[in-house]
Design a protein around this ligand. Structure first.
Ligand code: PRP
Length: 183
């Protein structure tokens, strides 16, 4: 495979492809045990979730359905505006459903705080949050994930779905952006 032109923009690898693969399988196994008799609905929060979601649902071989919702609170800014807007809504009724909400990162908590209320108001029977990364140092809202892939330090992380100005999502591992590129 040709060498990546993006590696040089990252100061270090935080979680390797192999670490991610192993952890996603562990999460898939845990979800399998908890939800195998419940026909859950996986709800991915676009866009950041797309790689994690696709790997997680294959790591969890239960009868289930998938849905996506897209929200925006950052735009291209570094800090969450706190104003969460739905840019693509659910396409199906979630009344009475057990939701497994799949996120790439839980940061300020604004997004998942908003979405949890939203899904409950729409009649979800339960909302279980799975996030690949958790950055507790930045939390502004009282929200916690039920399943966390990795706790991550307060650094600018990209890759495996996470972006910097919409780029780097296709880096196959999670790395840290060189500060000189965004400061
Ligand atoms: C990111 C990420 C989460 C949210 C987490 O989305 O995917 O949805 O921020 O941050 P919070 O806990 O501070 O709300 P972003 O708005 O960058 O859009 P994207 O998923 O399209 O990258």
């Amino acid at each position: 495979m040709a060498k990546s032109t993006m590696d040089q923009d990252l100061s270090k690898v935080l979680f390797s492809e192999e670490q991610i693969r192993q952890r996603v399988q562990e999460l898939g196994d845990e979800l399998f045990e908890r939800f195998k008799d419940r026909n859950p609905l996986f709800v991915g929060v676009l866009k950041g979730c797309f790689l994690f979601m696709s790997d997680l649902i294959r790591a969890c071989q239960i009868k289930s359905e998938i849905e996506f919702i897209a929200v925006s609170s950052y735009g291209d800014e570094f800090a969450s505006s706190g104003n969460v807007q739905i840019t693509r809504d659910l396409q199906h009724d979630i009344t009475g459903r057990d939701l497994i909400v799949v996120e790439d990162i839980l940061d300020s908590g604004n997004t998942l705080y908003f979405l949890t209320q939203y899904f409950k108001a729409k009649g979800a029977a339960s909302v279980t949050i799975v996030t690949l990364l958790d950055k507790p140092a930045r939390r502004e809202k009282p929200i916690h994930a039920d399943y966390v892939g990795f706790e991550t330090p307060d650094e600018f992380v990209v890759g495996y779905g996470l972006d910097f100005k919409q780029q780097y999502r296709n880096v196959p591992y999670i790395g840290v952006m060189k500060p000189e590129l965004y400061q």
